[in-house]
Design a protein around this ligand. Structure first.
Ligand code: GLU
Length: 465
C-alpha cells in the first residue's frame, strides 16, 4: 500500500518568513495538495536564544497571507521535549546511542592533535561501546552527552528528488551528539523524531540541509523508521547572481504586501522560482497545484527578478475584482491619513488607473491626488503653468462653468480653447493635468475631468489665480 503523502514546513522562528522559506513552504504545501495528502506546520524553536514569539507570529502571518493552509500543527518542538527524551532513553537501552564523558577540553585537545597531524578533526570513539571493548571508567562529576552510534563503514545514500543520487561515506560522519549534558536533545535529533512521529513521506527543504540528511537517515534507520524521500531545493540568488540579500528581495513576505504585490502574483512568482511547466508563466494557485510535481524542479539555483514580479503583478491587478482594488486603495489611503469622503468615487478613480500600474502602491499614489490638496511642484509649475497656459486654462474654466459634465462636452470645451488660443491639444491638456493633479501624465484628460467632477475641477482651477 502506498503511504498517504505527508509533507511539512519546519521553519526556525529566528526571523521573518522570507522569500526562500516561502518558496519551500509553497512547494511542500503544493505537493501535499496535488496528491490529496497532508501539510504540516512545525515550528523548530529549540534554539531558545534565537527563537522569539514575534518570529513565530511573523511566520504564521506570512503563511496566512500566502494562503498556505496547514492541516496539522503548528507543532512546537519545545513542547515535545519529553518525547525526544523518551526516544533517547530507548536508544540508550537498545545500544544505538551511548553516553560519552569526554569533556569539551578533551575534545579540543584531540582535535588539536588531529589537525597537527594533518587529519580531519573528529571524535575518536573513545566512549563508543564495541563488543569486547573495555570502556574507560566514567569520571566523577562529569555529565555525559549522548552520542548516536553511527555506522562506521559503508555508505549512506539517497535519491534526492531534486538533485539525484547523493551519497556520503559513513566513515566521514562522526558519532553525532543527540543530547547535551543537561539532557536536551540536539537539532538533528528533534527533526528526525518529528519526521518519524509525524509520518512525513517527503522532506522538501533548502539545500543548506544536505549535510544533515545522511545523519538523519542513519538515525531514522536505527529507529527502524520508514525513510521519507528527500528533496533539497537550490538556493535563490539575486538578479546579479549573488547571494540573495535584502536589496534583492530577501525581505519578509509581508513586505511584499506592504509594497503592493497581490498574493496571486507572489504565489505565481514563487512557483516559477526553480520549477516550470513548459513555457507557462501565468497560472493560478489551483492550476499550480494541479501541475505541481517534484520532477520539474530545477537542481540549479533560481534567480530573483523584480521585473518579472512586477510584470505578473500588473497582470493580476488588471484581472482583479474591482472591489479588491478599491478596498486595498481605501486601506492604503486611510493609513496615509487621506480621507476619501468628500472626493470623487474611489471605484471610478481606481478604474482609471488599474491598467496603468504594476503595484498597489503605485495605484494608491495615483489615486491619492484626487483626494488631497494638490500643489504642483515649482519645477512642474514653471515648466507647464506659463502665462500663456494659465490664460488658456482661465478660458477653459469659463467654458467648464456652464458645461454639461460629460466627456464629449468636456473634450469639446478643450478643443474650443485650443482654437481660441492657437494652441495644440497637449499645450492645454498638459497644463490642465498639472493644475488638477500635479503631474503631467494621466489617463485621458476627459475621463479625468469626468471623474474629478465639476466642483473639484473648478476649485482646483480657481487656485491658479
Ligand atoms: N528548521 C530548519 C530551518 O529553518 C528546517 C529544517 C528542515 O526542514 O528539516 O532551516
Amino acid at each position: 500500500m502506498t503511504r498517504r503523502i505527508r509533507t511539512r514546513f519546519a521553519p526556525s522562528p529566528t526571523g521573518f518568513l522570507h522569500i526562500g522559506g516561502a518558496r519551500t513552504a509553497l512547494f511542500s504545501w503544493a505537493y501535499a495538495r496535488h496528491h490529496g495528502g497532508d501539510f504540516i506546520l512545525r515550528i523548530e524553536d529549540t534554539d531558545v536564544a534565537r527563537s522569539t514569539p514575534e518570529a513565530v507570529q511573523a511566520i504564521l502571518d506570512g503563511m496566512n497571507w500566502l494562503g498556505l493552509e496547514w492541516d496539522e500543527g503548528p507543532f512546537y518542538q519545545m513542547q515535545r521535549m519529553d518525547r525526544y527524551k523518551a526516544v533517547i532513553a530507548q536508544m540508550l537501552e537498545v545500544g544505538t546511542a551511548y553516553h560519552c564523558y569526554m569533556t569539551p577540553e578533551e575534545l579540543d585537545a584531540i582535535r588539536e592533535a588531529q589537525r597537527a597531524r594533518g587529519d580531519k578533526p573528529r571524535y575518536d570513539g573513545r566512549w563508543r561501546p564495541e563488543p569486547g571493548k573495555v570502556l574507560p571508567t566514567p569520571p566523577e562529576g562529569v555529565k555525559p552527552v549522548v552520542r548516536f552510534k553511527n555506522p562506521t563503514s559503508g555508505k549512506v545514500a539517497w535519491n534526492d528528488v531534486v538533485k539525484g543520487l547523493i551519497e556520503f561515506d559513513n566513515a566521514e560522519l562522526d558519532d553525532l551528539i543527540i543530547a547535551r549534558p543537561d539532557g536536551t536533545p540536539t537539532y538533528n535529533f528533534c527533526v528526525v523524531v518529528d519526521d518519524w512521529d509525524m509520518g512525513i513521506t517527503h522532506v522538501i527543504r533548502g539545500d543548506d540541509h544536505v549535510n544533515n540528511t545522511p545523519r538523519q537517515i542513519n538515525i531514522l534507520s536505527a529507529l527502524g523508521a520508514e525513510l521519507p524521500q528527500y528533496g533539497h531545493l537550490s538556493m535563490i540568488l539575486g538578479s546579479d547572481g549573488q547571494k540573495l540579500s535584502k536589496r534583492h528581495g530577501a525581505v519578509s513576505v509581508m513586505q511584499y504586501d506592504d509594497d503592493g504585490y497581490l498574493v496571486e502574483s507572489v504565489i505565481n512568482y514563487l512557483a516559477r522560482l526553480g520549477w516550470s511547466h513548459g513555457d507557462d508563466e501565468v497560472f493560478s494557485r489551483e492550476q499550480f497545484v494541479e501541475w505541481f510535481d517534484l520532477d520539474r524542479i530545477t537542481p540549479s539555483a533560481a534567480q530573483f527578478n523584480f521585473e518579472k514580479l512586477d510584470w505578473l503583478n500588473a497582470h493580476y491587478i488588471k484581472q482583479a475584482e474591482p472591489a479588491v482594488l478599491v478596498a486595498d486603495a481605501a486601506r492604503r489611503l486611510a493609513k496615509r491619513g487621506v480621507s476619501i469622503e468628500n472626493g470623487p468615487s474611489l471605484e471610478a478613480v481606481v478604474a482609471l488607473y488599474r491598467e496603468r500600474v504594476s503595484t498597489l502602491v503605485q495605484l494608491a499614489d495615483s489615486v491619492e491626488a484626487y483626494y488631497i490638496d494638490i500643489q504642483p511642484s515649482e519645477e512642474m509649475a514653471s515648466q507647464h503653468l506659463t502665462d500663456a497656459a494659465k490664460a488658456a486654462l482661465r478660458s477653459l474654466q469659463a467654458r467648464f462653468a456652464g458645461a454639461v459634465w460629460d466627456k464629449a462636452t468636456l473634450s469639446a470645451a478643450i478643443k474650443e480653447t485650443c482654437n481660441e488660443h492657437g494652441l495644440k491639444m497637449p499645450q492645454v491638456a498638459i497644463p490642465l493635468r498639472v493644475a488638477l493633479l500635479g503631474v503631467s501624465q494621466t489617463p485621458a484628460i476627459d475621463a479625468v475631468l469626468e471623474v474629478l467632477g465639476r466642483d473639484c475641477v473648478m476649485a482646483r482651477l480657481a487656485k491658479l489665480g
